[in-house]
Write a protein that binds this ligand. Sequence first.
Ligand code: PAF
Length: 282
Amino acid sequence: MQIIRELALLREAVSNLRNGGRRRIALVPTMGALHEGHLALVDEARTHADHVVASIFVNPKQFGANEDLELYPRREGTDVKLLTDRGCDLLWTPSVEEVYPDGFATTISVSGISEGLCGGARPGHFDGVATIVAKLFNQVQPDVAVFGEKDYQQLAVIRRMVRDLNFDIDIIGVPTQRDMDGLALSSRNAYLTDEERKAAHALPRALGQAAARIEKGGDAAKAIEKAKASLAAAGFDPIDYVELRDAATLQPVSNAKQPARLLAAARIGRTRLIDNIEVKAK
Ligand code: PAF
């Protein structure tokens, strides 16, 4: 696997991989600290293209002032091995200075779909995500880009941006990979103490139970209240949100007459976890 840190070299390497337009390129953008969830994205990427490019960049612009930018796990050696073993062709891992040189002044803001949910709890987060993803798209110029459904709102924001800005890139969403007890794989799970890790499976369980109630025609508001109560009982505090939204537009909905998504974010100890689950239309 080639490891590239400078844009000029990236352009040359991607052009070689592309082989005069005869080969398709898939991009898997990540912030590193890779786990099986990311590697499932690499596997999916390979089914859509001849070559897979992964990026690792811990993007300062998507972290709020009091968030975990400094703490965020950085494990390049392990990540390189995992990507190599999974058959990734190129790793693009630029420095902060390479991505945001002095005087960098542009922000991409996707209104509407970025607001509420994690956008409400983390002001500016999705501007940071949209800006870096647009830059990664322009840097790598992939045919396809692959993202996890675990960050469901992020995926919706990126789909909207790609449509609005006419990026000629297919966006593929991959279902969330989960541990044995149902907890969604996340680089931030590394922050959990043993006790918090045991309690954390209450998050997927509460979402699963609420989704089943709503699918059976139960009252969504009551199902959400129950989910919040079981999260609180398991030690989640605060609960940022548990909300039912339209699966495509992320507009609030009060039943599953259309495909919907139940999304949640809550803190356990010092760690903020997010998860979401499909609610099938009746
Ligand atoms: O999902 C992530 O890891 C990040 O938000 C992304 C898409 C790589 C942008 O920094």
